[in-house]
Ligand binder design. Sequence first.
Ligand code: NAD
Length: 477
Amino acid sequence: MSYAELDMLIDGKWTKGNGTPMDVLNPATEEVLGSLPTATDADLDAAVEASQRGFEAWSDMTALARQKMMEKAARYIEDNIETIARNLTMEMGKPVAESKGELGFVLDVIRWYGEEGKRAYGRVVPSRFPGTRLIATKEPVGPTCAFVAWNFPGVNVVRKIAGALGAGCSIVIKPSEETPATAIAIARAFQEAGVPDGTINVVFGDPAAVSSRVLASDIPRKMSFTGSTAVGKLLAKQAAETLKRCTMELGGHAPVLVFDDADVEAAAKAAAGSKYRNAGQVCISPTRFYVQEKVYGDFVDAFEAAAKAIKVGNGLEDGVQMGPLVADRRLPVMQGFVDDAVARGATLVTGGKRIGNQGYFYEPTLLKDVPEEAEIMNEEPFGPVAPVASFKTEDEIIAKANKVKVGLASYAFTSDGERAGRLSKRLNTGLVGLNSMNVSTPETPFGGVDESGYGSEGGVEGLEAFLRTKLVSETGI
Ligand code: NAD
């Protein structure tokens, strides 16, 4: 099956650039899918300069005209969804059904930001001076730049592109070199829709070299980053040199608290489904399961049954529910988490090893009685390994839930309404799911607290992140 042609997009032109190409691998087969062009410093400078011109043209259009073009881009993706989904699966590994689901979300994000751009309202403030009008207006922040992770090759990219364009900004984006075709397809949709040259620029290369070159320029006025906390800290420091605004969507390590009064079967089913989605490579994936003593055994049994029922394989094959890890470097990381937990006294319930020796497949894994000091209870696993431990009291478990610094998502299952109210206040994360694993929609704010980053994507907050405020004071009216 053929994979997409890979290009960069600079100043409205598809280009192979002047850097050394890189191979893109299929994580299910280890085959080389294609050759990815990369940018030299001169290519990057051209992209950044084009984003200034793109900004001037795009921001000059009315919000209504911009929305119509964004709608056209969404329709292009809709018309080509089968091909884009298959390319996404080939480069990233997730099952085609999941790729299509992701692209459905991509469409919703484009449409949401396109529409919401029409509502970037300011306000007229009653003036304290006679004959004077005070107007607070919203303007696009300027050209922007973004650097994103591979785990949602469509959603991670479109939250940046559509957020920027909805607000009237241009963008230079460096998607992950591991999953370029999906980003290219999204950019192509906007080009086909007719956005001015330079509005969207897509570049690839050595990640650190690309981001340091782009961030050193004073043209981008904002950076939006999705990735690990460690890299986020590096980039935020570089962005500070030119005082760029930042949206930082970083790591998480989401606890799931299951109380005695919960519907334990439903909780285990929902939690396991969410845990193994995208082979656990999700920033809001539930990653630490704390279950109250009375229902602990039932929860582990139901979770085990759900894990064992998952069909793992090449995402292009019918019926496959979980694909490979994105790259071979992730296999020893998973094994390390499992071996460490077992060495510290945890019991391996199911899974715990690589599947076969071709493709980066790892078994859906469940560990029980995992001690709190095990690495997996303290570091984000970003893979299909689920650790479970029991607890006694609400206070004890809230302290454990809140112990990590990466406060992105947390989840709790309980039928006690008062407890749910307390948990919504006491859990120190940007997203809280109560009897629900669904904390991400295009129209709601998405983002973490503390070392999970700052700023939101999605919802009115996501648009606001690409806007700045100007006060106009006018006399003589
Ligand atoms: P990563 O930080 O390694 O990579 C993210 C981006 O930064 C990619 O474009 C990558 O090429 C680039 N990059 C990597 N190393 C770099 C360096 N030294 N200098 C400059 N750029 C560099 O992250 P990852 O491992 O690809 O993704 C997994 C992480 O992303 C997890 O921690 C996950 O929780 C997080 N994530 C967060 C969100 C969110 O919305 N909060 C969403 C998805 C993923």
